[in-house]
Structure formats: C-alpha cells, structure tokens
Design a protein around this ligand. Structure first.
Ligand SMILES: [Zn+2]
Length: 86
C-alpha cells in the first residue's frame, strides 16, 4: 500500500489565467463611473464594498458589491414595482 500525500491535489494549478481575467474585469467595473439614480450625474463612486455615493449630490445607497445595479437588484426592483403598483 502506498501512502498518497493528502495535499497533492491542492498543488494543481487551479487558479489560472481565466480567473485572473475575471478578476480584472470585475476590478475595472468597480472603478468605472456610474450614473447617480437621484441626480443623473455620472459621479457615482464606490466608497465601500456594496456602498455607493454620488459625489455631486451626496446621495448614498447600498448596491452591488462591484456595480451599483446588479441583475439581482433590478429583478428585485421589478418585483417590488409589481407589488406596489408602479
Ligand atoms: Zn447624485
């Protein structure tokens, strides 16, 4: 019986180029400018993970971790609009 080292699997190069590309894309997203939902100025900045603030009017809100609007939040908003009736 041969004893296989238990950590051998962890040494395989699992985190390659692809995941790095994704990370870079996400990083660029978080640095991009977004429109403020209140005043419409492109002055939205991410001040913390998931917290966005407009430099122009000071409007602060919780959004996606990497972008102010995520597919999840837009779906939630659509559902909310349906319930409240516009
Ligand atoms: Zn604003």
């Amino acid at each position: 019986m041969t004893k296989r080292p238990p950590m051998a699997k962890l040494r395989t190069p699992r985190y390659g180029l692809r995941i790095r590309r994704q990370y870079e894309a996400v990083l660029a997203k978080s640095k991009a400018k977004y429109k403020c939902p209140r005043c419409g100025a492109e002055a939205l900045r991410r001040i913390r993970l998931g917290i966005w603030k407009c430099k122009k009017c000071g409007f602060e809100f919780a959004g996606g971790a990497w972008e102010p609007r995520t597919s999840v939040s837009t779906t939630a908003e659509a559902g909310l609009a349906r319930v409240t009736g516009r």
